[in-house]
Design a protein. Structure first.
Length: 251
């Protein structure tokens, strides 16, 4: 049977499902936390919750969750700031929750590194569907490629990690998905709709700009100059293509 517990020292609580993938909920609404933990547990997830941002950060460090559900309206540190802090050291996928549904809020969340966005109130099953969609993107669709090098850039497809000059580059789920899609097919031009399909789970009606945001953030992290690109080239009026050359030993 599923069990429930709370650790007063760490500040997070949990429901044990079938010991599957770990989901961390960071929301100061304890009633909602309990409901979501029970819901996630019923779908086989191992669910944890934290009501305060600091507790949430400790939970991320100690529990290494597979995904974080993050509310924007939090005490002391709002969800936008917390997302930014998380992204400085962690690549864990993030789905943001908010009682406000403005498109500008959604875009800000994406710009800060969130992988998806859901407005309150929401249907519980929709949250489950979005969590499953994000986890599928994280689940290694291109493991067979293992590691491939492109000069200064090395991509470990199995671990979904990129390295620049042998230093890890912290990429969000969507940033890595876009990079992987382009790098697997060097020279092929992908339009925004095709890339958006790879970043499925995002509300396309609200996030047509999300592809450009993702590529822009990806370029910044790779130190890639759009005017003289080493990795990702803009094909004006169409989309993007990967121009990095495979290191000879990897061909």
């Amino acid at each position: 049977m599923a069990g429930r517990g709370e650790n007063r020292e760490t500040g997070w609580a949990w429901d044990n499902g079938t010991m599957g993938q770990r989901i961390l909920i960071i929301d100061d609404d304890k009633k909602l936390n309990k409901l979501l933990q029970e819901l996630l547990s019923s779908f086989g997830f191992e669910a944890f919750s934290a009501a305060h941002p600091e507790d949430g950060l400790r939970a991320i460090r100690n529990l290494a969750p597979d995904l974080v559900v993050l509310d924007i309206m939090l005490p002391d540190i709002n969800g936008f700031e917390l997302c930014k802090i998380i992204r400085q050291n962690h690549t864990v996928p993030i789905i943001m929750l908010t009682a406000r549904g403005e498109i500008t809020d959604r875009i800000v969340g994406l710009e800060l590194g969130a992988d998806d966005y859901l407005s309150k109130p929401f249907e519980p099953r929709e949250l489950i569907a979005r969590i499953q969609a994000v986890l599928r993107r994280t689940g290694g669709q291109v493991d067979r490629l293992q590691i491939r090098s492109f000069g200064r850039l090395k991509i470990d497809f199995g671990r979904r990690t990129a390295y620049l000059d042998d230093r890890p580059v912290f990429l969000t789920t969507n940033e890595f998905a876009a990079l992987a899609l382009l790098a697997i097919h060097p020279g092929r031009v992908f339009d925004r709709d095709q890339i958006l399909q790879e970043l499925r789970g995002i509300d396309s009606e609200a996030f047509n700009r999300s592809v450009d945001i993702t590529i822009s953030r990806l370029r910044q992290k790779l130190g890639d100059d759009p005017k003289n690109p080493f990795f990702i080239k803009t094909v004006w009026g169409t989309g993007y293509t990967f121009v990095g050359e495979v290191t000879p030993s990897e061909k």
